[in-house]
Write a protein that binds this ligand. Structure first.
Ligand SMILES: [Zn+2]
Ligand SMILES: [Zn+2]
Length: 429
C-alpha cells in the first residue's frame, strides 16, 4: 500500500483532523507540522483519485475530539500561569486523556498499521504547545532541568506550573566564633521554644541553640532578592561551631525555592549579604549555579587547611616542635572515632593523610600550628592524641600534653579538582 492508500484508509475511519491524520506519518519528512502533513496527504489523495477535496473541521475529529485545535489556548494558559515570574527555560508535559490514547490505537488498527506508527498524541501536544510558549514568553525549551515545568492535564482542564529552585554558589568566611553553619534547633525542646506550656529554659524560648548561623546571616538576603518562598543552605562540610573559617573560605550553595527572579546581579548580592552579616560572615565569588552544584558541593572530596592555637602541658623547645611537625608532615594518621563526635555514629578506626604540617612556637607553652590534611582528619585529636586514640599525634611525639585552644579553617579545596567548574555555573565568568 502506498502512503496515499494508507491516508485514504485512515480518513475513511470517520471525521479525522489534519493533525491526527498527519501524526500517523510523523516520522516522514522534516520541517512540517502534523497538521501540514495531514492536509497535504488529503489534498494529494483527492488529486490522485480526482475526487472532490473534503476538509475536516478539527472540532469534529473522532480521535482528538478537537484538542488539536487548542495548542494556542494551552500555550496562553501556560504563559498566564507564570506571569510575574522570571525564567529562561521551560518544558511542557502533557497528560493525554485515556480516551484519546485509545482512539489513537483504534485508528491505526483500523487501517492495518502498526500501533506505534508515527508519534504519540502527547508528544505532538508537548511540542506544539511548547513552541508557542517559547514564542509567547521569549524563553527556550530545555529537556534537562528547566526553570519551569508546565504539565497540561487535558482531561482535568488544568495547567500545573512548577517553578524549579535557583542556586547561588559562593565561598564564605566566618569571622566570629560560636556561629554554627546552619540553624541549630534546641535539643531540649526540639526547636519549638516550649517545654509543655512554658518557654524552654534551655534556649530561652527561641527554639535555637545559637541566635545566628551562617545560613541565617546569608540565605535571607538571597531569598529576598530572588523573591522565593524558602531558602536552603548547602555547605561543603562544616567547621566546628567554635572554629573560624578564614582564608579562601568554604564553598556553599544557597537554594531558593520557587524564585520569581533568578537572574540577579551577583556582585550586588555579595555586597548586600556582606552588609547584612555585619562582618560576622563574609561571602565572595558568588555565581549563579546549576542544580547539580548542590551535589558537587556536598559530595566532592575536599582537603582542608587548619590553623590551630596549641597549649602544651609542659615546656617545649622550638627545635622539638620543629622535629615533631616534620614527623607529622606526610604522615598517615590512624584515628579512632573521637569521644566528642556524635555517639550515634559507629566507632571505627580510620586513616587520613597529613599533607603538610608547619608551625611556630610563641613561648614554651604556646604555639600556632598549620595543618593541611585530607578531608575527615580530626585536627584537635591530631594535636592531643585523644588519650591514645589518634596515632601519631603532636602530643605523642613531643611526650607532653597538648590541646587546641582555638581552631580555624583557612582553606577548603577539592581533592582532585576545583569546586569551581564552569560546567556547574549558569553564566560564563
Ligand atoms: Zn484530531
Ligand atoms: Zn529550647
Amino acid at each position: 500500500m502506498s502512503i496515499l492508500d494508507d491516508a485514504r484508509e485512515l480518513a475513511a475511519s470517520g471525521p479525522l483532523c489534519d493533525a491526527c491524520l498527519g501524526r500517523v506519518f510523523a516520522e516522514r519528512s522534516f520541517g512540517l507540522t502534523n497538521a501540514e502533513r495531514g492536509r497535504s496527504l488529503r489534498v494529494a489523495a483527492a488529486l490522485d483519485a480526482d475526487e472532490p477535496f473534503e476538509p475536516v473541521d478539527t472540532a469534529d475529529c473522532w480521535v482528538c475530539e478537537g484538542l488539536c485545535d487548542e495548542f494556542d489556548e494551552w500555550a496562553e494558559r501556560c504563559a498566564e500561569s507564570i506571569e510575574g515570574t522570571e525564567f529562561g527555560t521551560y518544558q511542557v508535559g502533557t497528560r493525554a486523556p485515556p480516551l484519546v490514547e485509545e482512539n489513537e490505537l483504534l485508528l491505526r488498527e483500523g487501517a492495518g498499521l502498526p500501533e506505534d506508527a508515527g508519534e504519540l498524541f502527547k508528544s505532538e501536544f508537548n511540542r506544539e504547545v511548547g513552541k508557542r510558549v517559547g514564542r509567547l514568553t521569549e524563553t527556550e525549551v530545555d529537556f534537562g532541568r528547566p526553570d519551569v515545568q508546565f504539565t497540561l492535564d487535558l482531561e482535568g482542564d488544568t495547567v500545573e506550573t512548577r517553578v524549579h529552585s535557583a542556586f547561588v554558589y559562593g565561598r564564605y568566611r566566618k569571622l566570629e566564633r560560636d556561629i554554627p553553619q546552619t540553624e541549630w534547633p534546641c535539643r531540649e525542646c526540639d526547636g519549638s521554644g516550649y517545654q509543655g506550656k512554658q518557654p524552654c529554659d534551655y534556649c530561652g524560648g527561641s527554639g535555637y541553640l545559637y541566635d545566628e548561623s551562617v545560613e541565617q546571616l546569608t540565605a535571607p538576603v538571597v531569598l529576598d532578592v530572588m523573591d522565593g518562598i524558602e531558602a536552603l543552605f548547602h555547605g561543603a562540610g562544616r567547621e566546628d561551631v567554635d572554629a573560624l573559617m578564614l582564608g579562601t573560605g568554604r564553598p556553599f550553595v544557597i537554594e531558593v525555592k520557587e524564585p520569581r527572579r533568578r537572574v540577579v546581579d551577583v556582585e550586588q548580592l555579595e555586597g548586600d549579604i556582606n552588609a547584612f552579616a555585619e562582618g560576622k560572615v563574609e561571602v565572595e565569588g558568588l555565581r549563579l549555579a546549576t542544580y547539580d552544584m548542590v551535589e558537587r558541593v556536598k559530595e566532592l572530596d575536599a582537603n582542608k587547611t587548619y590553623r590551630a592555637e596549641v597549649e602544651f602541658g609542659d615546656d617545649v623547645t622550638a627545635d622539638a616542635l620543629k622535629e615533631a611537625l616534620a614527623e607529622l608532615d606526610g604522615a598517615t594518621v590512624e584515628q579512632y572515632t573521637p569521644h566528642r563526635v556524635d555517639h550515634r555514629r559507629a566507632s571505627l578506626t580510620r586513616t587520613r593523610d597529613v599533607y603538610d604540617a608547619d608551625g611556630e612556637l610563641h613561648d614554651a607553652r604556646h604555639a600556632t600550628v598549620d595543618i593541611h590534611g585530607a578531608g575527615g582528619l580530626y585536627i584537635k585529636e591530631l594535636v592531643s592524641g585523644d588519650e591514645g586514640r589518634t596515632n601519631p599525634s603532636l602530643a605523642g611525639i613531643l611526650g607532653v600534653d597538648a590541646v587546641v585552644t582555638a581552631l580555624d579553617v583557612v582553606a577548603v579545596e577539592g581533592e582532585e579538582e576545583a569546586f569551581e567548574d564552569e560546567e556547574f555555573f549558569k553564566q560564563a565568568e
